[in-house]
Design a protein around this ligand. Structure first.
Ligand code: AHM
Ligand code: MG
Length: 336
């Protein structure tokens, strides 16, 4: 089957021709982002083969966070390392799946962070999963790489994005000047520009949260969700819809595509843990995208992008999406 397409800018052309706040994208950043996109294109192909190439199931290992790794978690991590290691512009990388950062041979000063395969619980049931990435700049390019080099707030990100492996493989990217989306042409292996200036509507009637944890949430989150559930007969005076894919990438992709909010808040099952999701690999890149699309992102008390990380694998409570809803959640937290 052939289809004519009006979309004719591939990722390489986009990077070469785009100005970010008036400036061309540095060649080193282009090199790194192209390497990430190429690897995700390969990964998309692998994901689609699933059982045919023995990709499903547990790897029988655990990661630094004590979580069981799926085979694809390990494969995606290895592919990404192999895919970017030769980038001259890269000084080091850090992954949700590795305890320590990895220095690389490059002479440049970019740092790459990633969650290689987000939504691991969905791999074996053929539901959308993804890769999330974030790029920082090393503050002292000459010094040997240390974990502390990565501990910068989300405001220091020079690029962030995700690739969602769903019915289509789509990449969302921000370079700090809006959000763009590309879809993978599986015939050519190229990502092709499909959307400019992605915007999240300020108000919404849709929320996403794992409702099975309701009894464990803090009061402000419970209040917010209770009011959504009350619909037209309650405080909010409108009916809400709910979605929960359990892959942050897919849930955030829906928020960027049609608005809504996504929450994975603190809960009292493990009170010492600020949340389930990781600040550096999940919350920061998604918050950068959401803010750049006109939305907002908070942990309840402060904007996630303003948080100063104290450790690489730090966890955080996450609420992000349509601005009016996030402001409401912040209000409920400050009143509690
Ligand atoms: P992962 O990075 O190990 O896949 O974990 C993160 C995922 C998110 O994508 C998703 O929002 C959340 O975990 C789902 O958690 P739950 O299964 O508790 O609903
Ligand atoms: Mg994840």
């Amino acid at each position: 089957m052939t289809a004519s397409s009006t979309f004719n800018t591939n990722f390489k052309q986009y990077l070469a021709s785009t100005k970010v706040k008036g400036d061309a994208i540095p060649a080193g950043l282009q090199e790194l982002l192209l390497a990430v996109a190429d690897t995700c294109s390969t990964l998309s192909h692998e994901v689609a083969q699933g059982a045919l190439i023995g990709l499903l199931g547990s790897a029988g290992t655990g990661n630094v966070q004590g979580e069981v790794q799926q085979k694809l978690d390990v494969i995606a991590n290895d592919l990404l390392i192999d895919g970017v290691q030769a980038c001259q512009s890269l000084a080091g990388l850090a992954s949700e799946e590795m305890e320590l950062p990895l220095p690389v041979q490059g002479t440049g000063d970019y740092l790459l962070l990633f969650d290689p395969l987000d939504g691991s619980s969905n791999i074996d049931v053929n539901v959308s999963i993804g890769t999330i990435f974030s790029v920082l700049k090393k503050q002292d390019p000459a010094a040997p790489l240390q974990t502390a080099d990565f501990l910068l707030s989300g405001r220091h990100q020079v690029a962030a994005g995700y690739v969602v492996y769903g019915p289509q493989t789509t990449m969302a990217l921000t370079l700090g000047d809006g959000v763009v989306m590309f879809t993978l042409n599986k015939v050519t292996g190229e990502f092709v520009l499909i959307k400019h200036a992605v915007e999240i509507a300020h108000s919404t009637k849709e929320f996403a949260i794992n409702m099975s944890n309701m009894r464990h949430w803090a009061e402000p989150v419970r209040r917010y969700v209770d009011e959504c559930l009350a619909g037209v007969s309650g405080e909010r005076d409108k009916d809400f819809n709910m979605r929960w894919i359990a892959s942050m990438v897919a849930d955030v992709h829906r928020v960027l595509s049609r608005g809504g909010i996504f929450m994975y808040p603190w809960d009292q099952r493990e009170p010492h843990k600020p949340g389930k999701l990781r600040l550096m690999y999940e919350a920061n890149p998604m918050s950068f995208l959401v803010e750049q699309a006109g939305g907002a992102s908070t942990n309840g008390d402060q904007l996630i992008m303003d948080m100063i990380p104290t450790e690489l694998h730090e966890r955080v409570s996450v609420m992000l999406g349509s601005k009016e809803e996030i402001e409401r959640l912040q209000r409920y937290h400050s009143q509690a």
